[in-house]
Design a protein around this ligand. Structure first.
Ligand code: FAD
Length: 319
């Protein structure tokens, strides 16, 4: 096998997620990159697309006897084909579980929520990771092979190299023994949205208690910018927006290039999930709000005046 195997992040209907190409780009710095696709549906242009980003071989794994939507099944499938010294992927709920299966089966060292990965002078795989609600950046050297590193979406800029389409190798894997006693009894796909995925969006517009339940101005700004809409736990607990929109210690971790928070105080539990964002903009009438401590740009004001004015100005500039 190759030096590096990238576990591809993709939608259930077979489309690559942008973060998969970020992991591939990061992998090129560590050696020859193979990629693994676990699941049935796969868009026809995936091998060509991956080839352009430097993947030489795509391992397409089909599970013959278990439901591939279960992370234990995906873990078993990955264990069956992972022979590389380094396995990369995108941090997310499912990928973390899949990585854990690989770690248990092989003794791999796993770093999740990494923001960068490289080899040090001794050839060890080293990953950067922020900890303690984003207040510290650590360097983690993985000492047990394979090194498994899950990168935060948006932490790496995906860059094509213009290679030939990846060669596809088909694998059929049995994974029934990994899920004895588990079966899927119900499956509710999330309602498709025109907005990008919160976890991988380059721009995120976030509302908190200060919205008082009205996310309309934030949704309009997000749509003008082509961004995703996120929320604090207060807003999701109030039922103003779905729980999948919650950013923070007990929600999604985001690392967009631009985070705009309006009506958000910047509590430590929220900051843990957004502090590594590129540029942070905060709108809040309270000049003492903690979010201003980490904001690159702060506007002391009422979101219901500021946000519509920003949206109107962007529209006037042709956005
Ligand atoms: C174990 C644990 C885990 C948690 N996990 C999370 C988590 O994952 N994510 C998370 O977000 N929270 C989490 N919390 C909750 C967290 O501690 C905070 O309570 C929460 O983040 C605060 O949300 P908020 O900023 O919306 O509300 P508040 O702290 O009440 O702040 C609202 C802000 O809105 C401002 N405001 C009011 N009116 C306006 C206006 N018109 N325009 C602009 N601004 C206005 C106010 O000045 C204020 O600063 C967790 C808590 C615990 C105990």
């Amino acid at each position: 096998m190759s030096d590096v195997l990238v576990l591809l992040d993709h939608t259930e209907d077979g489309a690559l997620r942008p973060a998969a190409l970020e992991a591939v780009t990061a992998g090129r710095g560590l050696g020859e990159v193979h990629a693994v696709w676990i699941g049935e549906a796969m868009a026809a242009d995936v091998p060509e697309h991956l080839g352009r980003f430097g993947v030489t071989t795509l391992h397409r794994v089909r599970v013959t006897d278990a439901d591939v939507r279960l992370t234990a099944v995906q873990g078993a499938a990955l264990v069956a084909v992972a022979r590389s010294a380094v396995v990369l992927g995108t941090s997310g709920f499912d990928a973390k579980e899949v990585a854990a299966h690989l770690a248990v089966a092989t003794g791999a060292g796993v770093v999740s929520d990494a923001t960068a990965v490289r080899r040090d002078g001794q050839g060890r795989v080293v990953a950067d990771k922020t900890v303690l609600a984003g207040t510290w950046t650590t360097e983690c050297a993985v000492l047990t092979a394979p090194a498994v590193v899950l990168l935060k979406a948006g932490a790496v800029v995906a860059a094509a190299t213009g290679g030939a389409p990846a060669q596809v190798r088909e694998h059929e894997v049995s994974a029934a023994s990994a899920v004895r006693g588990i079966r899927v009894v119900e499956h509710t796909p999330t309602v498709p949205s025109d907005r990008p995925d919160l976890g991988s969006a380059e721009i995120v517009v976030v509302g908190g208690r200060g919205t008082d339940g009205d996310f309309t101005p934030l949704e309009e700004l997000a749509d003008v910018l082509g961004g995703a809409v996120g929320a604090t736990r207060v807003a999701t607990d109030e039922g103003w927006i779905g729980h999948e929109a919650q950013i923070g210690q007990t929600g999604v971790t985001v690392t967009p290039r631009l985070y705009i928070g309006a009506g958000v105080s910047g509590a430590v539990h929220h900051r843990g999930g957004m502090q590594a964002s590129g540029t942070i903009v905060a709108v809040n009438p309270d000049p003492e709000a903690p979010i201003f401590e980490i904001a690159d740009y702060g506007i002391v004001g009422d979101l219901f005046e500021v946000i519509p004015a920003v949206t109107a100005e962007l529209r006037a500039r042709g956005r």
